[in-house]
Design a protein around this ligand. Structure first.
Ligand code: FMN
Length: 281
């Protein structure tokens, strides 16, 4: 079994390729070995997408931190719930004990203060300041600055200066939720999504129901004698892709299509554009 971990992932993350691109490449490279997709997956949509990319299952870290069962410190959990997908950074900052190993962590005030000075944080200086204490398997221990271990429920001290490891999927984490419910909702949701995809594909390509304008049909390429002039498979796929984008921009996800369609707010192709999402319901 192989775990394909994309750069969105929380915790230690060696690669810089996104899950979307990495998973099908790994699936092809190691077939017929089982592949689990990791990084950026936190709900039913992520699970369904991973399966569509060819994965046999998923590995999740960030989502399970915000559960009653997780041993994470309450301040850590609260920070996860409050964070957005832009709140993390891939860095080697917490290099004590595991130097030069990239990891994705919340961009806290402490992290912001030290970014750019990671060269100073990789050593094993015994006199590194102690910022708190914790207990692991019943053994009390001090927590030195820049240790890559995140704060567990026993940690005391400056929790917000410890390694609050998290992936970009933290933007999808809006509440503390029981682990069993998360798994159940993901599996049920993914099943429903996948069931609906075939219908969505058909409707989108044949009726352009979400306003997708398919390229004009070239009669020469049409199958002769097809009375319904059905869209070609390529057109259907193009329609599905655009439909999924359109779906993401739907008002129920707080980004209205009318905002996009007014000329002065149309997003210029050349500009770097940031969409602001809110975690508010
Ligand atoms: C707090 C935390 C600790 C982790 N510890 C490990 C670890 O010890 N070994 C490991 O292989 N992966 C570890 N990971 C990475 C996960 O196995 C997984 O690849 C990652 O969480 C998936 O991305 P996600 O955070 O977007 O769900 C950790 C992730 C987090 C968030």
């Amino acid at each position: 079994m192989v775990i394909a971990q994309g750069a969105e992932a929380g915790g230690h993350v060696a690669g810089q390729i996104s899950t979307m691109v990495l998973v099908p490449r790994i699936v092809d490279a190691v077939a017929p070995a089982l592949v689990l997709a990791a990084g950026g997956i936190a709900d039913a949509r992520g699970l369904a997408a991973a399966l569509c990319l060819g994965a046999d299952g998923v590995v999740m870290g960030t989502r399970f931190l915000a559960t009653p069962e997780a041993n994470a410190h309450p301040v850590y959990k609260a920070s996860l719930v409050a964070a957005s997908e832009e709140s993390t950074v891939r860095t080697v900052l917490f290099g004590k004990g595991w130097p030069h190993a990239p990891h994705r962590t919340l961009r806290t005030a402490f992290v912001r203060e030290w970014l750019g000075r990671e060269g100073e944080t990789q050593g094993t200086r015994p006199d590194e300041p102690v910022i708190g204490s914790t207990a692991i398997a019943g053994t009390e221990m001090p927590v030195q600055r820049f240790v890559s271990m995140p704060p567990n429920v026993h940690a005391t001290g400056d929790i917000e200066s410890m390694a609050l490891l998290a992936g970009q999927s933290v933007g999808l984490v809006g509440e503390i939720h029981p682990a069993a419910d998360i798994v159940r909702e993901m599996v049920d949701g993914a099943e429903n999504l996948i069931r609906g995809l075939s219908q969505k594909l058909h409707q989108t390509a044949t009726h352009s129901s979400v306003g997708v304008v398919l390229p004009p049909a070239e009669p020469a390429k049409r199958k002769r004698g097809d009375p319904q002039q059905k869209a070609s498979p390529a057109e259907r796929l193009a329609g599905l892709a655009l439909a999924l984008v359109s779906d993401l921009l739907h008002p129920r996800r707080q980004c209205s299509r009318t905002e996009w369609s007014t000329p002065d707010q149309r997003i210029p192709r050349s500009a770097n554009t940031t969409l602001q999402f809110s975690k508010e319901p």
